[in-house]
Design a protein around this ligand. Structure first.
Ligand SMILES: Cc1cc2nc3c(=O)[nH]c(=O)nc-3n(C[C@H](O)[C@H](O)[C@H](O)COP(=O)(O)OP(=O)(O)OC[C@H]3O[C@@H](n4cnc5c(N)ncnc54)[C@H](O)[C@@H]3O)c2cc1C
Length: 269
């Protein structure tokens, strides 16, 4: 068992373009990682930065990372070529609890659709009934769809403009589904304001809801406080990134985060 400070070396096998802003890197590691769905890795390129990423596929020594280009390091990682190296620290944090009884509804917005895939596959391998909802603004921004088809995932699509699947947002699609069908569990990764709406609805419907949060994670070890969720003092890197929605509603969840300098700033989406 390696400590959380240990770096695993990995080579890029392929780099798949998902959308104009998102790429999936397929990596081959020097050793298998024992990683639970929802846990994350700190992905490092010497001299180019280190960022947290939740893998989109974990299969022995093969791992996929689906990365949205938002700043310097994510742009650099998303443009790596086969044969280039990355270094991975982890697995870190707490993943999803997949042993709760009942049916599961997985809701992934943006790259969240990719990061939720290991949870779906783990449930499916245990014979647990699950349905995956994938959403984006429009068809061009849907992520990971061809991989979901290859993997035999049972999924439905929602687009804000109706260019594919249900016309509307994921919370709207979620409401429509749960008014007709019963799910005992929801797992979600996506924009925080979307996850807040889903977590609130789950409280109304008595559904257990697990949400995976994104914050600026620096150390990944619970020391620096950059990913703290006020007023509870929960650190996304060690207490999360997965939390039960009802336990963090009313906190900074969906409202505030810390910027690079540690200032509390409003979350815009
Ligand atoms: C547990 C966890 C899992 C994640 N998994 C994925 C994943 O699977 N795929 C993926 O594409 N991204 C994921 N992220 C987000 C990713 O880590 C950030 O997008 C990345 O750190 C940005 O680094 P950068 O150097 O490219 O951008 P920077 O130059 O650091 O930042 C560019 C802009 O984005 C803002 N920003 C940076 N990081 C964050 C953040 N974490 N939250 C909100 N705004 C931010 C900055 O304030 C700045 O305005 C995850 C984050 C966490 C905490």
């Amino acid at each position: 068992m390696r400590g959380s400070h240990y770096y695993h070396e990995a080579n890029v096998v392929s780099n798949i373009r998902e959308t104009i802003r998102v790429n999936t890197l397929v990596l081959r590691l020097n050793e298998g990682l024992n990683m639970a769905p929802g846990q994350f890795l700190m992905v490092w390129r010497p001299g180019e930065g280190e960022i947290p990423v939740t893998p989109s596929l974990i299969q022995g020594e093969t791992l996929s990372l689906t990365i949205e280009k938002v700043g310097f390091t994510s742009n650099r990682l998303a443009s790596l070529k086969p044969g280039e190296k990355v270094f991975l620290r982890g697995p870190l944090g707490n993943g999803f609890n997949l042993s709760l009884p009942g049916r599961y509804l997985l809701i992934g917005g943006g790259t969240g659709a990719a990061s939720l895939t290991p949870a779906y596959l783990s449930l499916a391998s245990k014979g647990v009934e699950a349905l995956f909802l994938v959403g984006a603004r429009d068809t061009e921004n849907l992520v990971y769809i061809s991989r979901l088809k290859e993997l035999g995932v049972r999924f439905k699509v929602a687009t804000d403009d109706g260019s594919e699947g249900f016309k509307g947002t994921l919370p709207e699609f979620f409401e429509e589904l749960v008014s007709k069908d019963r799910f005992e569990n929801v797992l979600t990764i996506g924009p925080e304001k979307m996850m807040v709406k889903i977590a609130e609805k789950c409280v109304d419907y008595g559904i257990s809801c697990q949400v995976s949060l994104v914050r600026i994670v620096k150390c990944g070890l619970g020391l620096c406080g950059s990913c703290v969720l006020d007023p509870f003092g929960l650190r996304v890197c060690v207490d999360g990134p997965v939390f039960y929605g009802e336990k963090i509603l009313g906190s900074d969840f969906g409202r505030f985060m810390r910027d690079e300098a540690g200032r509390r700033i409003e979350i815009v989406q």
